[in-house]
Design a protein around this ligand. Structure first.
Ligand code: SF4
Length: 897
């Protein structure tokens, strides 16, 4: 057994982990007690990281197809790299540098990001490099730059314990950044006077425990923040001394916010005026307010203004640059910050330099030893895929991201990928939605397999150690990029190009990146791999000679702007890009589940991470459902002007009337449509270029489909996933997922207005091993259109398929997961009834993943009068990672406990 230190790869909290390996395999993970982001704690996703380190769904070798109608063939690395270089060079020669593009990822370590950026901007001479971080935090970047002068979060996690008021806007922190939420819970317990205000259209687990929940209408944040400033002014809660000494532009904003009275904003935001007044008073009177915010502000066509309007409140009250206060944007991905630092975006340059600044371009050219950096901003994410669709970009190299799920307006994005002359996809998994579009697949190393650094939301850099060698021929991202860059430099006869990428290890790249930060706001010239190993993760800036990094920025009130003053942004409320109307009357929103990550390439192989929510469900207010004759479990068609998806519906107390919510994770590898982004629009913020993923106008109609099928398979479920995924598009409605705590059961659910073709049923039977006549038992009621097929192995039921009617599906699924002896269901299996046998109740969803405690079990305990401590004592739920505690508290609240 060996242990190495790394971080969790799932979110910007950047929790430290210790990975255990045995004979080269990852066998366990625990929180690193010394890591300052988490002090040993992990949420449910992080605690299951080792379970995602399976190789069943990994991409193991380079693969190429020369013709899109044919299957890809395996290559060795030399052949793959030569082919990639040939295609790149030919395209560049024929159509110019801007005919190629790179779409990279916040999953890259800083070193990988750095090499790709240099390859595009330094060697090829195109700024067409953008990242999936454009979809999650570019409005935070532009909000900081607009007001504070630089893209630098001024506060830190320790401020949570020091704050007297925590203001969370557009973030379901309990789900998306759970370990920070644990710190908030602990801080509230330690200081019962600490106020928690949450701004969110939904009553999420985060909002439900707040002292004040402002359930604003989607997109109305700027009106709320301006009105809060109005109240702060009215109540004399602004810090005039701070405003006078350290800021500029306040008079114009003051004039603007005059018209944002609480009454006016209440009307716009759909909340009570007195709640706005109360929020402003708590914000201003506390003296130490910490704001945490995320996609609700960022993923908007006015995301920069939303960020800036919130920062205005901190500047106006002087609550910035001191312990317990300040604006702290939360990054979605583990290394979105690292990408910002190396300038790995179409409008940025290394070390927070600006592409529009000729001096900065010249500095970077000199640092890299190239003639020049192109002047023109590259294509940002949405623009990039549109240029691909229009044929302006011919070749795209996609790195560790899944645009065929995560980009808005999937119809256009998929059209772009189909039209591309050549698609290179560097990826760790062969199950993502983008894989079918790839001409050349390059297998990448994944979590636990790479050395490098990441930066978390509080500017803290951690050095990651590899715990195992990558499976198959997979390689670290920086190595792949470096090999291509060297060969391309030769091919393009680039003067001095062959010496541009002299790296023999990740540390060489880190050292070069470090040199680019000299004298910049994020100066890390005092850091090294050795120091990070010896003294642990450090915050930037950390210049040479420094003893430690800076916990907080702007403590002296001096800002990195031309005048040294922070700038108030004169923000005005503008409505969402798309309005609801009679044809599309619902506000559509999407976001995260507690236990899933992004497009599920990692979490989608861990059965227990499906047990909290196991299939895509559209949440709707129960009154809306009643008015429309909808009930829980009905299949609906959700449509926008761009596309549609079919999804089951559930009543949710989280939703206000007129709004619906669908999690972002499910795509066409989990259902028969691209999911939420079939509906979203690609309109983006004019400054941050971040698209409005958080809002679209949709309609919801019931599909009265009666015919159903469920297919279940234990053993080999993971290796079956890709083959069943390939069938999903053939159904009118289908979802595919896993079930189980230790052993995964594959769960395919299908519905339609009529029975699917017998050949398709046969195909499913074949895949699941149900076609084995000797080992399977079948019952057929042709008249009623009902059939059952059960596969038995060594006396246990290991697979089943029910068609026509599936009332027994949940019971059967649980029984298969538990290793049901066939004898117990023999009578049922051969009987006409499809409903579960008498007593066949189900556990329902699992609330506590760590201890495998279900909703039913908690409810039963509550019926006996048990309180939280009693539940934890008796059932042990919520005693390990704590991710389920907010939901348990909600259940207690609903029982008046
Ligand atoms: Fe990973 Fe959870 Fe920590 Fe985020 S909060 S880094 S998902 S363990």
């Amino acid at each position: 057994m060996a242990e190495v230190k790394s971080t969790c790869c799932y979110c910007g909290v950047g929790c430290g982990v210790i990975i255990s390996t045995d004979q080269g395999q990852i066998v366990g993970v625990r929180g690193d007690p010394d890591h300052p982001a988490n002090f040993g704690r992990l949420c449910t996703k992080g605690a299951n990281l080792h379970r995602s380190a399976v190789t069943d769904t990994r991409l193991l070798y380079p693969e190429l197809r020369l013709n899109r109608l044919e299957a890809r063939e395996k290559l060795d690395w030399d052949e793959a790299l030569d082919y990639a270089v040939d295609r790149l060079a030919t395209t560049i020669r024929q159509h110019g540098p801007d005919s190629v593009a790179f779409y990279v990822s916040g999953q890259l370590l800083t070193e990988g990001y750095y090499v790709f950026n240099k390859l595009a901007k330094g060697l090829i001479g195109t700024n067409n490099i953008d990242t999936n971080s454009r979809l999650c935090m570019s409005s935070a970047v532009s909000g900081y730059k607009k007001t504070l002068g630089m893209d630098a979060p001024p506060a830190c996690y320790d401020d949570i314990e020091q704050a007297k008021c925590i203001f969370i806007a557009g973030s379901n922190t309990a789900y998306a950044h759970p370990i920070l939420f644990r710190r908030i819970e602990a801080a509230r317990q330690a200081n019962p006077d600490l106020k928690l205000i949450v701004v969110d259209p939904r009553r999420t687990d985060t909002a439900a425990v707040a002292d004040l929940h402002l359930s604003i209408l989607p997109g109305t944040d700027v009106a709320l923040f301006n009105a809060m400033l109005h109240v702060l002014l009215w109540e004399g809660l602004t810090d005039t001394n701070y405003i006078r000494r350290h800021t500029e532009g306040f008079e114009a904003l003051k004039e603007t916010v005059r018209e944002y009275t609480p009454a006016v904003a209440a009307e716009i935001c759909g909340i009570a005026a007195h709640d706005i007044i109360l929020a402003a008073k708590w914000f201003g009177e506390s003296g130490d307010t910490l704001s945490l915010y995320c996609q609700g502000l960022n993923q908007s066509s006015h995301g920069t203004d939303k960020n800036a309007a919130l920062i205005n409140l901190h500047l106006a009250t002087g609550q910035i640059g001191r312990a317990g206060s300040g604006p702290l944007s939360l990054t979605g991905q583990m290394n979105a910050m690292g990408g910002r630092e190396v300038g790995g975006m179409a409008n940025l340059l290394p070390a927070h330099r600006d592409m529009t600044n000729p001096e900065h371009r010249a500095e970077v050219a000199q640092l890299w030893g190239v003639e020049r950096i192109p002047e023109q901003q590259g294509k940002t994410a949405v623009e990039m895929f549109e240029a691909l669709r229009q044929g302006e970009i011919k070749l795209i190299w996609i790195v560790c991201t899944n645009p065929a799920l995560s980009m808005p307006d999937q119809t256009k994005v998929r059209e772009a990928l189909e039209k591309a002359e050549f698609v290179i996809l560097q990826e760790a998994y062969r199950t993502t939605e983008t894989v079918p579009y790839a001409d050349l697949l390059l297998p990448a190393a994944s979590w636990g397999e790479k050395e490098g650094t990441i930066t978390n939301s509080e500017r803290r850099i951690t050095h990651l150690n590899p715990a195992r060698t990558p499976p198959g021929a997979a390689r670290p991202d920086w190595e792949i990029a470096t090999d291509v860059a060297r060969r391309l430099a030769v091919k393009l006869k680039s003067p001095g190009g062959e010496t541009l990428f002299p790296y023999s290890c990740a540390e060489d790249i880190f050292n070069e990146h470090r040199a680019t930060t000299h004298g910049r706001d994020l100066d890390i010239t005092g850091l090294s791999y050795r120091l990070l190993e010896e003294r642990g993760p450090q915050q930037w800036p950390f210049p040479a000679q420094a003893v430690r990094g800076k916990a907080r920025l702007y403590e002296d009130g001096h800002f990195p702007t031309a005048t040294g003053r922070a700038r108030f942004a004169n923000t005005r409320y503008q409505s969402t890009a798309e309005q609801t109307d009679a044809r599309h009357p619902f506000h559509f929103n999407s976001g995260r589940l507690r236990d899933q990550w992004h497009g599920m390439s990692r979490t989608g192989t861990v059965a227990r991470l499906f047990s909290h929510v196991e299939e895509p469900l559209l949440s709707m207010n129960s009154e809306d459902m009643q008015r429309r004759g909808l009930k829980d479990g009905d299949i609906t068609r959700v449509s926008s002007k761009r596309g549609f998806c079919t999804v089951r519906i559930q009543a949710s107390q989280e939703m206000r009337p007129g709004q619906v919510f669908l999690p972002m994770h499910w795509g066409s590898q989990s259902m028969n449509s691209p999911g939420a982004n079939a509906l979203t629009l690609s309109t983006f913020d004019p400054t941050s270029f971040q698209p409005e993923l958080k809002h679209a106008a949709v309609s919801v109609e019931k599909l009265p489909w009666q015919w159903q099928m469920v297919a279940l398979r234990r053993y080999g479920a993971l290796s079956l996933l890709p083959r069943v995924q390939a069938l999903l598009a053939q159904f009118q409605h289908a979802t595919l997922g896993l079930y189980g705590h230790d052993e995964a059961v594959l769960v395919l659910r299908v519905a339609g207005d009529q029975a699917i073709a017998p050949e398709l049923i046969e195909k499913i039977d074949q895949l699941l091993g149900l076609d084995d006549e000797d080992a399977s038992i079948s019952y057929q009621d042709t008249k009623r259109g009902i059939s059952k097929r059960i596969l038995v192995d060594q006396g246990e039921v290991v697979a089943a398929r029910l068609t026509g009617e599936t009332a027994a599906r949940d019971w059967l699924k649980e029984m298969i997961a538990a290793g049901l002896p066939f004898e117990q269901i023999r009578l049922w299996a051969l009987a006409p009834l499809n409903t579960p046998p008498v007593g066949g109740s189900t556990r329902g969803k699992i609330i506590c993943n760590c201890k495998n405690v279900s909703e039913q079990e908690i409810l039963a305990a509550l019926d006996q009068g048990t309180d939280l401590a009693g539940l934890q004592d008796k059932l042990k739920c919520g005693t390990e990672c704590g991710s389920c505690v907010p939901e348990i508290k909600r259940m207690l609240d609903s029982r008046g406990k």
